[in-house]
Design a protein around this ligand. Structure first.
Ligand SMILES: Cc1cc2nc3c(=O)[nH]c(=O)nc-3n(C[C@H](O)[C@H](O)[C@H](O)COP(=O)(O)O)c2cc1C
Length: 407
């Protein structure tokens, strides 16, 4: 009786007979949801000598028909031989093991069995029996398999989407300038860093005649696929303006802005607008005539090492029906530099949410005034990436800079 108390039968009636306790234990083994089996390892073929009711419920085999047989009858052709080998090795070495093995019920229904085998040793240390505990884990296995299939499908869809996005990004970047113009009068430099695969920024320049270039910088609201589709449409709009229609070459900056505003009004289907700077650089008259539509201030680096910031009001394109756009003019000396950019540059934030800002942009431009225009533009991009290195860019950043190079 003392022994029973040690293993948890403290409240047992002192008078309870040993036979009653055995009955109680047997009852406990039988109500358990798991299958419980005992095999005698000393007999040939290691037969089962005990099977509980849980095992009967799990497999459909009666204890009567199974006692004296080896439990391998639950396996089938689809059972993994490596798992069977793992059991064999554990039994041979007298070690515990737990495996997940595919078994079949008496009706031939497959089920996943989580089988734990524990050795029982006699006083001399010899393994006399193994206790097996069988749990039906079919639901979990099926759920895992369904999850694996769903993940695989998701991965395929994801790969296809990535491929499509990459193809779209390649089309989009093909609409940015690809090489410097063959001009000894004007020099351009540019950079574009979208924050997603696809961005809403686009810009370019086109020669009008030997002295003049038209230039634009556009930033479509938002980013991602929707913004990029409009930015591609706008790139084509400008491309047509300057490639197909020679008459269009004389279009005034304000006319271009008004025309765009008419054609690209925001509505329910395309709830997007864009900011823009469009202008004509004349290397002969040394003038940049331009119109602004909600874009960030234009920055001019003068040859006396000062920075001019031209903050000009103007409605973004597409927001109001008939906005008034006015033309502005900047006079430029040789090697003075003009910087057009999108607000992703000055609004990039560091980890304390301080924006990069115009002052920092001006400092970086001045720090690079004796470097080439390309180096200057690269340094700006590097400096803004360092500024918000902890957060990563949250908006597209584009810069298009130019200088009149003839003396
Ligand atoms: C107590 C005990 C319970 C077992 N229960 C199962 C079982 O539920 N399902 C199963 O596939 N194998 C079970 N086995 C393993 C097989 O009986 C057998 O040992 C295994 O297939 C490897 O041996 P073999 O190469 O002789 O087939 C059990 C083994 C023992 C000792």
């Amino acid at each position: 009786m003392d022994k029973e108390k040690q293993i948890g039968l403290l409240d047992t009636d002192e008078d309870l007979a040993e036979a009653d306790i055995l009955l109680l234990k047997n009852r406990a083994l039988n109500v358990a949801a798991e299958g419980i089996t005992i095999a005698d390892m000393r007999l040939p073929n290691q037969p089962l000598i005990y099977i509980n009711e849980g095992f009967e419920r799990l497999t459909g085999y009666s204890a009567k028909s199974m006692v004296g047989k080896n439990c391998r009858f639950l396996q089938g052709e689809d059972t993994n031989p490596a798992t069977v080998q793992e059991i064999r090795d554990a039994l041979a070495s007298g070690n515990e093991c737990t495996v997940e093995i595919l078994n079949h019920t008496k009706d031939g229904e497959p089920f996943w069995n989580r089988l734990s085998l524990t050795p029982v040793k006699d006083s001399s240390g010899e393994v006399t029996h193994f206790i097996g505990v069988q749990s039906d884990i079919t639901k979990r296995k099926n759920a895992e398999e369904a999850l694996r299939k769903a993940n695989h499908q998701l991965e395929m869809v994801n790969r296809r989407m990535t491929r499509n996005l990459e193809a779209a990004a390649a089309i989009q970047s093909s609409l940015l300038p690809d090489k410097k113009p063959q001009s000894d009068k004007l020099n351009f430099s540019w950079i574009c860093q979208p924050c997603d695969e696809l961005g809403g920024d686009t810009f370019n320049f086109f020669p009008i005649d030997e002295n003049r270039f038209a230039v634009y910088m556009v930033d479509v609201s938002g980013h991602g696929v929707r913004a990029s589709l409009l930015s591609v449409t706008l790139s084509h709009w400008f491309l047509r303006l300057f490639q197909d229609n020679s008459e269009a070459r004389s279009i005034l900056p304000t006319d271009v802005a008004e025309e765009l505003n008419q054609q690209f009004q925001m509505n329910m289907e395309t709830p997007q607008y864009f900011t823009m700077c469009y202008g004509i650089i004349d290397a002969k008259s040394r003038e940049f005539r331009f119109v602004t539509a909600g874009n960030p201030p234009i920055v001019v680096a003068r040859d006396d090492s000062t920075i001019e910031v031209l903050k000009i009001e103007g409605f973004p394109v597409g927001i109001v029906g008939t906005p008034e756009y006015s033309e502005n003019v900047i006079k430029l000396n040789s090697n003075e530099r003009v910087f057009l950019y999108t607000d992703g540059l000055t609004e990039a934030e560091d980890k304390k949410e301080n924006p990069y800002g115009i002052a920092k942009l001006a400092d970086t431009i001045l720090d690079n005034e004796n470097n080439s225009l390309d180096d200057c533009v690269d340094s700006i991009m590097k400096s803004v990436n360092e500024w918000d290195s902890s957060r990563g860019l949250e908006d597209d950043v584009s810069i298009l800079a130019f200088e009149i190079t003839n003396s």
